[in-house]
Design a protein around this ligand. Structure first.
Ligand code: SF4
Ligand code: SF4
Length: 417
């Protein structure tokens, strides 16, 4: 079986093969365990080196090199992110695709591995050579803090001392893809870890995840699926809220379908949650049914009303609504800002849909409203001029170049170039 997959991988583009592996019919026919193992293998053997090469080759003109030499990024010094392929990273794996090691090993050794030190060294020497300069928004928008700052100087001195790095402060848990929804922009079918996988994930919680959380201040649950749709992550939450991690705040990232008063009570979340990010992607029921399949818009609204009360009484300190912008939903962007404001959201973010393994080329072309060749692109640009989108709670994520201000800036740069 493995040799067949090796042959297929060499024949098809790895990205396309990953898309095929995500198909539920294949899961039923060949077994999820086997397909997950093959998917992780393709990711680690083909996709990761490809991303690393892209990072190495990302443009670094003299101006950018000078900028990086005078700036700093603290992430590799205080953040660790887990992934479902079994590897750990010190930043988003797309922005900084060099892993620091396997989650199956000793967590302290992982955090202080040779790869982790090498990445930190690349920040200290100002080369940022493992970072993808095109995909990292902090580099692309030149939002890094100055190297002369007190925090940067303290971290540089600590690194140069050769002592083990202080334990991670921020932990992003993305090692279980389980989710109660199957949004077309994310996956081609429902994925819920089965009992055997859950047992393995829970064992990983004991051996690696909880030790990594021991001195952390914030844990994000989750960047890979749904905080409440995953039984494993519910178990992690229960362990955190049981009382052994009093200084740790949970940042929940969820589609909101299962975040109700009962879940809040059953998981003892009161007093343990900092922020909540709800990925919604629609302001109307009909659109929600398409982009958040098989979500229930009425239930979402009920749960949003509950979350609003959490924000109003200060049980959470930050509320964020997010939308992945695509052909199906761009007309609802102004309405979405109103929905967020009505629910006391502190932030409403928009990010343009991006090519994922789940899309064929044609599917992506239909969904990618950002393309000037898209038949509705001009209508999309007109929507971006709506007064609601000027609200201070709006965050443009990766969409700045499409906004009226972003386009004016680019036109100005072209004229002065
Ligand atoms: S500069 Fe960007 S890619 Fe590099 S570590 Fe910081 S956030 Fe990550
Ligand atoms: S809710 Fe989020 S994690 Fe779940 S399928 Fe949709 S986009 Fe993916």
């Amino acid at each position: 079986m493995i040799s067949l997959f090796v042959e297929l991988t060499l024949t098809l583009a790895p990205q396309r093969l990953l898309g095929l592996l995500a198909h539920p019919a294949l899961h039923d026919a060949l077994g999820r365990e086997r397909l997950n193992a093959v998917g992780a293998w393709i990711n680690n053997v083909f996709m990761l080196p490809w991303r690393q090469r892209r990072a190495r080759l990302s443009p670094r003109d003299a101006d950018m090199r000078a900028y990086l030499r005078t700036h700093f990024c603290a992430r590799p010094f205080h953040t660790v992110e887990t992934t479902h392929t079994g590897l750990a990273f010190v930043c988003c794996p797309v922005w900084l695709p060099k892993p620091i090691g396997a989650l199956s090993g000793d967590p302290q050794a992982l955090w202080n591995s040779a790869a982790a030190r090498e990445i930190r060294e690349s920040i200290v020497d100002g080369s940022f050579r493992h970072c993808d300069h095109r995909t990292c928004p902090l580099i692309a928008s030149r939002a890094l803090p100055p190297r002369a700052s007190a925090q940067a100087q303290q971290m540089i001195a600590q690194h140069r001392s050769g002592a083990p790095a202080p334990s991670p402060k921020y932990v992003v848990l993305s090692h279980d893809k389980s989710c109660n929804l199957a949004c077309p922009s994310c996956r081609s079918g429902l994925y819920l870890a089965n009992k055997a996988q859950q047992a393995r994930l829970d064992a990983l919680m004991e051996s690696a995840i909880l030790p990594l959380l021991r001195h952390a201040e914030e844990v994000v649950i989750t960047g890979s699926g749904d905080a409440f749709g995953s039984n494993h992550f519910r178990n992690v939450i229960k362990r955190i809220t049981a009382g052994e991690y009093p200084g740790l705040k949970i940042h929940l990232h969820t589609n909101g379908q299962l975040l109700d008063a009962r879940a809040w009570r059953d998981l003892s979340l009161e007093g343990h949650v900092g922020g909540v990010q709800i990925s919604i992607d629609a302001a109307r029921a009909a659109t929600y049914a398409i982009v958040r399949r098989p979500g229930n818009f009425a239930r979402l609204l009920e749960n949003l009303a509950f979350v609003k009360t959490l924000r109003q009484r200060g049980a959470i300190s930050h509320l964020h609504f997010s939308m992945v912008v695509q052909t199906a939903n761009f007309r609802e962007m102004p309405e979405f800002v109103r929905l967020a404001a009505d629910h006391r959201a502190d932030l409403v973010s928009f990010n343009m849909i991006r090519q994922r393994d789940v899309f064929s080329r044609d599917e992506f072309a239909r969904a990618f409203i950002g393309s000037p060749d898209h038949p509705e692109h001009l209508e999309f640009l007109a929507v971006l001029t709506a007064p609601e989108l000027k609200a201070s709670i709006v965050d443009w994520g990766n969409m700045d170049a499409f906004t009226p201000a972003g386009r004016a800036r680019e036109d100005g740069e072209r004229l002065t170039a």
